[in-house]
Structure formats: structure tokens, C-alpha cells
Design a protein around this ligand. Structure first.
Ligand code: PNS
Length: 161
């Protein structure tokens, strides 16, 4: 049974992330979604909230598991006995950023080998940081985040446009 880890900050989860989860599940039997706990000093969502939303979003997706992690990705890959790491690539900037990380992770542990999935072109401008900026300035985030996340943002940030 082949298992992959899909790591990220998921602050918050976007529809781009959800598409990658769906596509990774078509390749792997099991997908462990690893939520990096202390990814930023002032996260939009606490780690518990991010894990909660991901669990809600994947509850009808057999083969998924959502686990929070701290520290190095290679250690998390070892703990979960995964065979590969999944990361999405939207553009050349992502590639420049992801390539040395993937190479370093492989050097640290060959089991932490990264498979890049090309995002759908219609998702190439979607990012968690764009969502955070839009929420701050009351921009329209429909089309950026799944409904579960939209509702959470409405409640937590009194967001209404
Ligand atoms: O969603 P993000 O913020 O782009 O995800 C980045 C993430 C979590 C994949 C990356 O920061 C990570 O793997 N962090 C864990 C620490 C680590 O292993 N760093 C690499 C050292 S070579």
C-alpha cells in the first residue's frame, strides 16, 4: 500500500489544495495531510482550526488522514511510514522554491522523495496568502476557498462583502 504525505501550512486551505488532495488520492492508496503547526508567528487560523477544517473537508475522502506536525518534514515522513511527498507547483517561482527543498529532503532521507503535481491553470493565482490579504481588505474570496473555509472565515473574522 503506497502512502504519500501532503505537507503544508494550510492557513487557510484553498480550492487549489483540495484539487491536489483529490489528484494525489488517485495515485496513492493513502494520503497523510500534514499540517505544519507553527508555520507563522501570527497565523490566521490556529493549528487546531486548520486541522478541524481539513478533517471536515476530507471526511468523505477515504484514504485521507489529517495530522499536525512540528519540526522536519523528513521526520514526519518517517513517522507516518510514507513513501513520498506531494507538493503542488503553480509557476516557476514555486519551482525555484520547491526544488532545493525537495533535493535537501531527499538527501536527508531517500524515502522523503517529492512528487510535484502541476496545479490546474485556473488555480495558478490562488494561494493562502492571497486569501488572507483579501479577507483583511474585504475582497471577494469566493472561488478561492471551499465553502467550509468560507463559513469559518465569516464567523471568525466577521467577514462579509
Ligand atoms: O504551505 P507551505 O507553507 O508552503 O508548506 C511549507 C512546508 C510545510 C512544506 C515546509 O515549510 C516544511 O516542510 N516545513 C518543515 C520543516 C522542514 O522540513 N524544512 C525543510 C528543511 S530542508
Amino acid at each position: 500500500m503506497a502512502t504519500a504525505v501532503f505537507p503544508g501550512s494550510f492557513d487557510p486551505v484553498t480550492i487549489g489544495h483540495m484539487d491536489l488532495i483529490k489528484r494525489a488520492l488517485a495515485i496513492f492508496d493513502k494520503l497523510v495531510i500534514g499540517v505544519l503547526a507553527n508555520s507563522a508567528k501570527n497565523p490566521f487560523f490556529t493549528e487546531e482550526e486548520r486541522v478541524y477544517m481539513l478533517k471536515e473537508l476530507t471526511k468523505d475522502m477515504p484514504g485521507t488522514e489529517v495530522i499536525q506536525f512540528n519540526g522536519l518534514l523528513v521526520d514526519f515522513v518517517k513517522e507516518t511510514k510514507a513513501d513520498a511527498v506531494i507538493r503542488g507547483i503553480r509557476n516557476s517561482i514555486d519551482f525555484e522554491y520547491e526544488l532545493p527543498l525537495a533535493q535537501a529532503n531527499y538527501k536527508l532521507d531517500y524515502k522523503a522523495d517529492t512528487i510535484f503535481l502541476a496545479t490546474l491553470p485556473e488555480h495558478s493565482y490562488i494561494s493562502s496568502s492571497a486569501v488572507r490579504e483579501l479577507v483583511r481588505y474585504k475582497g471577494d474570496i469566493k472561488g478561492f476557498v471551499p465553502d467550509v473555509v468560507y463559513q469559518f472565515i465569516v464567523q471568525k473574522f466577521d467577514y462579509m462583502i
